[in-house]
Design a protein around this ligand. Sequence first.
Ligand SMILES: Cc1cc2nc3c(=O)[nH]c(=O)nc-3n(C[C@H](O)[C@H](O)[C@H](O)COP(=O)(O)O)c2cc1C
Length: 399
Amino acid sequence: MKDKSILLGVTGGIAAYKSAVLCRQFIRAGARVQVVMSEAACEFISPLTLETLSGQPALVQMFNRNRSGVPHIEVADAADLFVIAPATADFLARTAVGRASDLISAVTLAYRGPVLAAPAMNTNMWEHPATRRNLETLRTTCDWRFVAPGSGDLACGWTGPGRMAEPIEIFEAAEAMLEGDLCGRTVLVTAGPTVEDIDPVRFISNRSSGRMGYAIANMAAQRGATVVLVTGPTALSPPQVSELVQVRSALEMRAAVMDRVKDCDAVIMVAAVADYRPEKMSEHKLKKGPGEKERAIKLVRNPDILEELSKLPNTKQQPVRVGFALETEHLATAAREKLKMKKAHIIVANLATSGFGGTDTEALIIDDAGREEPTGSLSKTSLANRLLDLLIARDWQAD
Ligand SMILES: Cc1cc2nc3c(=O)[nH]c(=O)nc-3n(C[C@H](O)[C@H](O)[C@H](O)COP(=O)(O)O)c2cc1C
């Protein structure tokens, strides 16, 4: 981040107040920050605040006779990374169709470097097909990266997805984009729960949200890796990865992993794979029998994908195998046992109470060299980065 030039775009959403914290984080890390704001953004945060924090005049107006030069081209040319936080629905719509109707849109159109946007809006606006289409256009045709919004209470009174990611998450994603330290590496990540069908309408599953796996896939991609994400069903928008494989059951997940593992430098198994599945899925919906008081469903063991990976024939280079362990007690003992039993290289263990479904977590990372690192409380993005740093530190060596 040191000596990098960040162009910080701020558009008119309630989350604009968080852009001050983000600006401060960039400055603290040694970056130069040039702020460009939409006129609507100035309704939510004073340009003076961002000017004071960045030490540069914030640009808002396209036409300003007191200024010489062509500012929208000059700032676009000077930046190493363009971060837009928050990015409104309207800004995304304008840029997806290539408008240059105000200064920030013109800067966006003139800019040729990497872009990271943190959308923030009401849940209905976020889920609207027009917004989805605009995001997809920017993602696929302009190679924009996004820090997906979180779910929770929104300022408008709604509860749901749309809340801007925290400044620290945006900062870390920006840092990763500038570093690109995973270029040339291929990482396979599994995420989410698996769903084991009982009949066409019933299933066994678990409460895994997929957030941790998605954070790892996202950060690995941001840092330049080729990422394959094999995911069970989740309610999250998937990160931008090289290959997204959507599966349902443990057996499907195993097949997807085994098909792709041979070219990977690391396999990070975050998915909460069901230990058991119904022996047989009923073709038709199961009905209650008259007077039936009990119903037993025979369950059979699912394969342990992480363990199976350790038994693969030794091809060129074995991928580093990372497992996640969610425990309700005796974290360290469980982690050590899992490392040994599954012949994993790294185990990240966390307590169910400290992160299941939330945005923050607390984990213990242990490895095959006997190192044990309690992480303390940190965001899932930070934990993702920590884990990726460990893979670099061991030079991607499996043995
Ligand atoms: C109180 C208030 C809060 C708003 N919050 C958001 C928001 O979080 N996200 C969004 O996309 N639009 C939001 N809007 C609507 C935008 O401000 C509006 O679409 C504006 O034209 C966006 O302009 P810009 O994209 O140039 O910044 C809000 C409007 C008001 C009045």
